[in-house]
Design a protein around this ligand. Structure first.
Ligand code: ADP
Ligand code: MG
Length: 610
């Protein structure tokens, strides 16, 4: 309710400002709107999904030149003369720009998105430059002089040929983009996008095809840049290659960083501050550093340094706090407004079914043999423990069992199917849930979002549905499922707290809840009890026994011997990558090889852990 009033108030202020402000300010605001559209795409791509592009201006150029060309092309205009369709040409231009930018982004995305670290930004610089030179050399695009005489947009008989009238189109488009992107971020698909930034490996284990998601985010940002180019062309009515060069791309990144690269409204704030400051600085006397030196660029650089030094997350969070804005993260989901739809439910295999089977799995890291021909099977309805000293190769083996890593020799079967070289998401899809020894969570996100991410594969709604809020019933169901698992794992009350605010032990439990939200048939837990207190361990043991009675197969790595001996049906011991014993807890406790290799050094091992 509070939010609704706030929105109405803002809209009223906007309308009043729009009718009163002088023409010059309005046209600056139009530029702010046009730039914001590109920067919004960058916020999603860089701030939320973690990919940096120095080539966005090229996509702006594609949008700008597409409409510029189609709207001024003599043969096309001649052909349409008299049909009344000429006034629709700008819309054809928009479509053409979106198609060209879309196809190119998809193609470039496939080529470059798997590059790691700084190779991706370097590549974006390369094609950003190529397009800029291409615009300047193509004769039919007017070469370096560019194109003039581009018509204004008209709606029926109403020509939007002033900054005040066309500005309405710009800002409506901008608000529309903010709305759909905000919806997207706060959805099942948004959680997946957020996982791309720091947690691709985890995301794949939740069933997310991270390469496809990265390509889609890249495409989205390109389409937004192209739309911005279209707006720019019909606002300026003439174009040349200069605004689409590399320095423009860098300016867009500046805007995103100034505003706060993780915040949608930060895009508008950043574009606003940038545009107004730049305009103000342009009027400054140039004699300070001599006529040949661009004073504005120097002052701007210093300003950037100051902002980055003091506001590493950009100015938006500060601004939002100052005015006490409603948090952009939608914590309180209106469950009563959206009755939950049904999520897919997995059939649990009959007890004793072999779920996971490792056949002579060997894993080498160069000369180091982390796993040496390990065979093991996990059945439905059992708890199987994997123990061994630190560095024995347990976590490595887990990574191979869950598709996070590929074995050098041997293979893993899941429910009878050979899974060799399959990605982790295929394991997740067939019902494998796992946790990580080194916790992998969306740290700043609430616990409920983290757990709901585990239910990713149980939802169906895609990007379009998320953007237009057609996913709300499914989102309701996913959140109810997440809450159910949170309660089941004893984390009630912390659902809306950021994951990183919980103790490390509890963060491990969040990972279990997340795995359970995916309704797994096999569960791999890597040291889940580390960092838990006595009573918490007991609660965890109860939960695992409960899951076992429901028919799950659980493979657990654990150092706490008392915990393991009471819980496990079978134990496999590995040392230096080799299986040295396998059997019931009572047998393992008296096995001389185990006593010698593992329990014999257990005091040391424990000491090294604390
Ligand atoms: P555990 O979980 O039993 O403590 P790990 O599986 O983490 O042991 O490690 C087993 C051995 O493999 C260790 O010697 C470790 O240093 C090595 N290792 C693990 N991952 C890698 C990797 N990605 N590259 C090289 N060596 C690795
Ligand atoms: Mg380990």
């Amino acid at each position: 309710m509070k939010r609704t009033y706030f929105n109405i108030l803002c809209s009223l202020l906007f309308i009043i400002a729009w009718s009163l402000l002088p023409d010059f300010t309005i046209s600056l605001l139009d530029y702010v709107g046009i730039y914001s559209v590109v920067v919004l795409g960058l916020v999603v791509m860089t701030g939320i999904a973690g990919m940096t592009s120095f080539g966005q201006a090229a996509f702006v150029g594609i949008g700008a030149y597409s409409t510029g060309w189609i709207c001024t092309s003599a043969p096309i205009i001649e052909m349409l003369e008299g049909t009344g369709l000429v006034s629709l040409l700008p819309w054809a231009g928009l479509l053409l720009g979106l198609i060209i930018a879309g196809v190119l982004a998809w193609f470039l995305g496939l080529l470059t998105l798997n590059l790691s670290s700084f190779y991706l930004p370097l590549c974006t610089i390369a094609w950003g430059l190529s397009f800029f030179y291409l615009f300047g050399t193509l004769e039919f695009l007017g070469g370096h002089t560019g194109m003039t005489g581009i018509p204004a947009l008209s709606l029926g008989h109403f020509k939007l040929d002033t900054s005040r009238t066309f500005g309405i189109v710009i800002w409506l488009a901008l608000f529309f983009f903010i709305w759909i992107l905000n919806n997207l971020i706060n959805s099942r698909e948004g959680r997946a996008i957020q996982a791309l930034k720091t947690n691709r490996l985890m995301a794949e284990s939740m069933g997310i095809h991270t390469t496809a998601y990265r390509a889609k985010v890249f495409l989205l940002a390109a389409l937004m840049a192209s739309t911005s180019g279209w707006l720019y062309t019909h606002f300026q009515r003439f174009i040349n290659p200069t605004p689409f060069n590399l320095s423009a791309s860098i300016e867009y990144i500046f805007m995103a960083v100034i505003g706060g690269v993780g915040y949608l409204w930060g895009a508008v704030l950043g574009a606003g501050i940038f545009t107004f400051t730049k305009n103000y600085l342009q009027d400054m006397p140039t004699h300070i550093f001599g006529n040949n030196v661009s004073t504005e660029a120097i002052i701007f650089g210093i300003l950037m340094l100051i902002i980055l030094q003091y506001y590493a997350n950009g100015l938006w969070p500060r601004f939002a706090r100052l005015f006490n804005f409603v948090s952009p993260i939608n914590n309180e989901f209106p469950f009563d407004k959206y009755p939950a739809s049904h999520l897919s439910v997995r059939q649990i295999p009959a007890s004793d079914t072999t779920l996971l089977k490792a056949n002579k799995v060997t894993k080498r890291f160069g000369g180091l043999v982390a796993n040496q021909s390990i065979s093991l099977h996990l059945k439905a309805g059992e708890i199987h423990a994997l123990i061994g000293p630190n560095g024995a190769g347990k976590s490595t083996f887990f990574n191979i069992l869950s598709g996070v890593d590929v074995s050098t020799e041997g293979h893993v079967e899941f429910l009878g199917e050979n899974m060799f070289a399959r990605p982790a998401r295929d394991y997740a899809q067939r019902g494998l849930g796992r946790t990580f020894q080194h916790v992998r969570l969306l740290k700043n996100q609430p616990v409920i979002e983290n757990v709901a991410l585990g239910a990713h594969l149980r939802g169906r709604c895609g990007w379009f549905a998320s953007m237009f809020r057609l996913d709300r019933k499914e989102e309701s169901a996913l959140r109810i499922e997440a809450l159910k698992q949170i309660r089941r794992c004893g984390l009630d009350g912390s659902e809306n707290l950021p994951a990183s605010s919980l103790s490390l032990g509890k963060q491990r439990i969040i990972e279990i809840a997340r795995a359970l939200a995916g309704q797994p048939v096999a569960l791999l837990l890597d040291e889940p009890a580390a960092g838990l207190r006595h009573l918490e361990k007991k609660a965890l043991a109860d939960l695992l026994l409960q899951l076992k009675s429901e028919g799950l197969g659980i493979l657990i790595i654990e150092h706490d011997m008392e915990f393991v001996m009471h819980l496990a049906d079978r134990i496999t011991v590995i040392d230096f990558g080799n299986v040295i014993a396998e059997g019931a807890p009572a047998e393992i406790q008296v096995n001389p090889r185990v006593l010698d290799a593992y329990l014999g050094v257990s005091d040391e091992t424990m000491a090294s852990k604390t």
